[in-house]
Design a protein around this ligand. Structure first.
Ligand SMILES: Cc1cc2nc3c(=O)[nH]c(=O)nc-3n(C[C@H](O)[C@H](O)[C@H](O)COP(=O)(O)OP(=O)(O)OC[C@H]3O[C@@H](n4cnc5c(N)ncnc54)[C@H](O)[C@@H]3O)c2cc1C
Length: 414
């Protein structure tokens, strides 16, 4: 077989498009296939943060302490719909096992390396793709209801400090200088200046697709059903029976990637942490930084297209209908926490975070063939880690040693 193209990327989200651009920059011919077109998945509606300081894995003893209380509230920060509880039990068991002190230390070190690479790669990548004007450096303000909540967060901050992350603990007056208008119940906060954001994640993802096309890459619609490794390439079989061929394939189909990996005999425990939000008109609040209401599991973000209120984790799989009462519940809380927030005119959204149980992505070659490279499972951090992932994938595609050690991201680690 003669491969038609050097590389086909499956999935035109922020991860797939970043990988495709990085491959094109190495001189490879590239097409991206997506069943719906660019920015159809989580990359469109996320909170827009480059959360480089977020190095602590979600799978940690801290979350185990908070989870029982959160699970009591059906519209709270963490829910497991009864219809999906049994199905997700094996993933939760792996998540629980990843919460040991030794595993958390390991994941934190791996996450820090990927964050550092992603941060170093980001601005040059934005400059090369003509999207640098979309970058905002407004930091993040994590707020606490009382000194006890701040105190409970201190071990996490100490761990971040050990990895060189800058932050400042603030009292109410200090917070008001950065962000006026918080309800008085928030008495303490922590500001991290090294947390960036993008003006709008959907527009950014679409701009990456435009850049790729303008530089000779293809972006096409095709629902991929299966992969078939051949001696000198890979066949990509479409749901409509169509077949495409490439010398190599990058699998970046977000929360749906495991279904395609399964067709080459690989069982990867990918699940989705469904997240919800409401995007209000731009004038809804005078927001100066991204605010994280950590105790309530949501953030408020200023985008060029509006004020986005959202977060939450619903472990409900890929098929259950969205429950937009969750978006409403967060908006109601946001109104109480930011009394001047105007709640009218919002647009609701639900998206599928692609999540592996140890909170690390899967980046590396498939078990069945080195010609398929996995690049998915970034959970809460796909935008943040997109430029670093693209650099690693381009290294793998061109036979170079990746810029960082990727053993911890091995798709076969489970
Ligand atoms: C509420 C919420 C807030 C978030 N906030 C942030 C944040 O602030 N910062 C951050 O870094 N991350 C955030 N995330 C996570 C981030 O959005 C994801 O990690 C990231 O978008 C994943 O990108 P992706 O390209 O892997 O997947 P996606 O964007 O989901 O793209 C996958 C693509 O694959 C396509 N596809 C799927 N199956 C097939 C198939 N069979 N054939 C062809 N195409 C297929 C889909 O159509 C889709 O376009 C948030 C997520 C949510 C839900």
């Amino acid at each position: 077989m003669t491969a038609d193209l050097d590389v086909i990327v499956i999935g035109a989200g922020v991860v797939g498009l970043s990988c495709a651009i990085a491959a094109k920059e190495r001189g490879l011919s590239v097409a991206v296939l997506d069943r719906e077109g660019p920015a159809a998945g989580a990359s469109a509606g996320n909170a827009g943060a480059f959360a480089f300081t977020d190095i602590l894995p979600l799978a940690s003893p801290g979350i185990l302490k908070k989870a029982p209380k959160w699970l009591l509230d059906p519209l709270g920060p963490l829910t497991v719909p009864p219809a999906y509880a049994l199905k997700i039990a094996p993933w939760m068991f792996r998540f629980w096992r990843a919460c040991s002190a030794a595993r958390v230390a390991h994941s934190t070190a791996a996450q820090t390396a990927l964050m550092d690479l992603s941060k170093a790669e980001l601005e040059p990548f934005l400059a090369r793709t003509g999207t640098l004007a979309m970058l905002r450096k407004e930091g993040n303000l994590q707020v606490y209801e009382g000194k006890a909540e701040l105190d409970a967060s201190l071990p996490g901050w100490a761990a971040r400090q050990a990895h060189g992350i800058e932050f400042h603990h603030l009292d109410a007056a200090g917070m008001a200088e950065i962000q006026p208008g918080l309800a008085p119940r928030f008495t303490h906060g922590t500001f991290t200046p090294g947390w960036y954001s993008i003006a709008d994640p959907r527009l950014y993802t679409l701009a990456l697709a435009d850049h790729l096309r303008a530089h000779g890459g293809l972006v096409e619609r095709m629902e991929v059903k299966a992969l078939r490794p051949l001696e000198s390439g890979v066949e990509i079989i479409g749901a409509d029976g169509g077949v495409r061929r490439a010398a190599k394939v990058v699998l970046a189909a977000g929360a749906f990637s495991h279904r395609i990996a399964r067709t080459i005999g690989e069982a990867i425990p990918l699940e989705t942490e469904r997240g919800y939000n409401t995007t209000l008109p731009p004038g809804a609040f005078d927001l100066r930084t991204q605010i994280t209401f950590g105790g309530h599991g949501f953030v408020v973000t200023r985008l060029s297209t509006g004020i986005r209120v959202g977060g939450a984790v619903e472990l409900g799989g890929l098929e259950l209908k969205p429950n937009f009462r969750r978006s409403e519940a967060m908006l109601k809380k946001a109104q109480a926490f930011l009394p001047a927030l105007k709640p009218e005119g919002g647009v609701q959204w639900m998206g599928f975070r692609p999540s592996l149980p140890d909170s690390l992505p899967a980046i590396g070659q498939a078990r069945a063939t080195q010609r398929v490279i996995h690049a998915f499972g970034h959970g809460h951090l796909g935008l943040t880690q997109s430029a670093g992932t693209a650099r690693i994938v381009a290294d793998l595609l061109t036979g170079h040693k990746p810029a960082i050690d990727i053993a911890s991201f091995s798709p076969q680690r489970f």
